[in-house]
Design a protein. Sequence first.
Length: 276
Amino acid sequence: MKWAYYNGQWVDVTMPVLHLNNRGFIYGDGLFESIRCSRGKANFLSLHVERLLAGIAVLNLKCDFITEDFLHEIILECNQKNNFRTGSKLRLVITRNSGGTYLPEQNNASLCLLPSAEVESEYIATENFVEIGVYREQQKPINKLSGFKNCNSLLYVLASIYTQEMRLDDSLILNSKNKLCQATSSNVFWLKDNRVYTTSLSSGCVNGVMRRVIIQITNATEQEISIEQLVDVDEIFLTNTGSGIRSVNKMSGKVFRTDYGLELTDKLNKFIKEQI
């Protein structure tokens, strides 16, 4: 049995607890955070809380109960209840409470913390490199919602279907300016002439927690880039909190080097240990 936290109670994850008129279910009216833990504690919790509170403000939700101390405690308890001894992946979901049509009847919110999987306590530098393509059927708009993980993820769903159909490992998503934005569930970094770059938030990419960490570790420069320009870089790697760093070895028929991304995983693990 796996345990989830829902509005102050611990429940079996297989038990139905959401009402059919839940606004997250009907309208995608909510936010989520994907959290990686090491030995019970959330990595970079302050960054997750910062992004979550910013999204809550944009959606005009009432979530006075959301504090770093509160989330720290329920994350610890979630890992204990699910007997996650090394590391884990958790999903935190905030939805506006039921009522109304597009116009809500209220702005109070519900919180759910779901266990996803037990993982290693550290990120693993793997040579299971990824081949990526470009999803061009839909572009990501650039607006004040772009930087958050909201509960309407249709663009990423369609891009993931395309990725599977093309037998790729991931796909890049373009913004409304036809420039690189991000991958389906990751931010994109690249190496050119021994300098690290990534797309800026003005590109419409998610304000990824791991993105912020890697920028700090590598002193990466934010830059706009087209797909045609990206093909000419030396190395590409994808980042998110769940998987850490994934090195790209092939795109559009070109083979890329992967040594920097592998070395960076060791620096990331060292950085995390220093934060604990």
